[in-house]
Ligand binder design. Sequence first.
Ligand SMILES: Cc1cc2nc3c(=O)[nH]c(=O)nc-3n(C[C@H](O)[C@H](O)[C@H](O)COP(=O)(O)O)c2cc1C
Length: 351
Amino acid sequence: MPSALHTKLCDVLGVRHPIVQTAMGWIATPELVAASGNAGAFGCLATANLRPDEVDAAIRKTRELTDAPFGVNFLMEAPGADEIVDAIVRHRVKAASYSRSPNPEFIKRFKEAGILCMPTCGAARHAQKAVQLGADLVIAQGGEGGGHTGSVPTSILIPQVVDAVDVPVVAAGGFKDGRGLVAALAFGAAGIAMGTRFLLTAESPLPAATAQRYFQATVNDIPITTQVDGMPQRVVMNELVQRLESSGSVRLLFRALRSGLAYRKLSGASIPELLRSALAMRRSEKLTRSQTLMAANAPILVKTAMVDGDPAHGVLPSGMVSGVIDDRPRCAELIERIMAEAEQTLAALAR
Ligand SMILES: Cc1cc2nc3c(=O)[nH]c(=O)nc-3n(C[C@H](O)[C@H](O)[C@H](O)COP(=O)(O)O)c2cc1C
């Protein structure tokens, strides 16, 4: 009898297990993506931390490390997004992952090249819209998920999206183990997608000092804030976020300007390019002027924690699930553990 754990997602993505490792800026490097892929999951490469001209090399590097299929995540309204689309198409990457502001031109290019379109959505109506625009599968992320996130809890969102669309749905937001995988399948999803759980693996480049903050956090220490970049983002509460939450708008603006300039250096974007993408974001997300500037600030603040290892002065995007994670296994061990627990859970239910 075919296993209930070999789902449509395995066939569509060409992987052994119905598990997606989602993109995380600075963290979902070629090494992490390859480790996930080699363990039988589907990894997504992050590009939020790369200049557009670096994406080609990152895809090549991932291919050197694994034969497994993988995806590339990018922000369609970011400066140089068309260069990233070129690289994805040129390398015939398996899937393109995106969330806000889908660009119909880019989606058309992916469809023509046979690249799967895999958006992340936080509401059923967004998932419907994404499918109308060409999504081949949808990651539905509940509000407990890490990074930018919606407000509908996973347990409510997943069945709602499953009922609303006719493509495979991958459940995200709060997953870490085999019981969660079986629960997601019971809701009608074809698998699970996890960010925070993969952030806390041995192959993730997360510095030890920052990892310690994730391990110390309880589920009550991981709120949603809009003070980092104007959009609701779930993070581990720390000294920086406490300060941002109590800062007046002038100080926020000053801080945003300062880090916006640092980001310009890092990303190689010109000022007109940055302004264009900030304005596009402002339109699509209905941000105020100061929020628009804050958005330019965010990548530098994430880098401070995720690369420089300074968890007090940087932003620590996180799902609530880090409040119940206290180990850092290798990806292969993690995936084996999840699949074994899912098998046991199914057997126990059958009994
Ligand atoms: C540290 C971190 C960085 C993230 N960076 C990105 C990113 O660059 N692009 C993106 O689309 N999502 C990003 N996310 C969201 C994740 O890809 C994923 O959707 C989310 O973590 C799933 O919820 P979970 O953390 O409960 O598993 C990030 C999440 C975390 C925790």
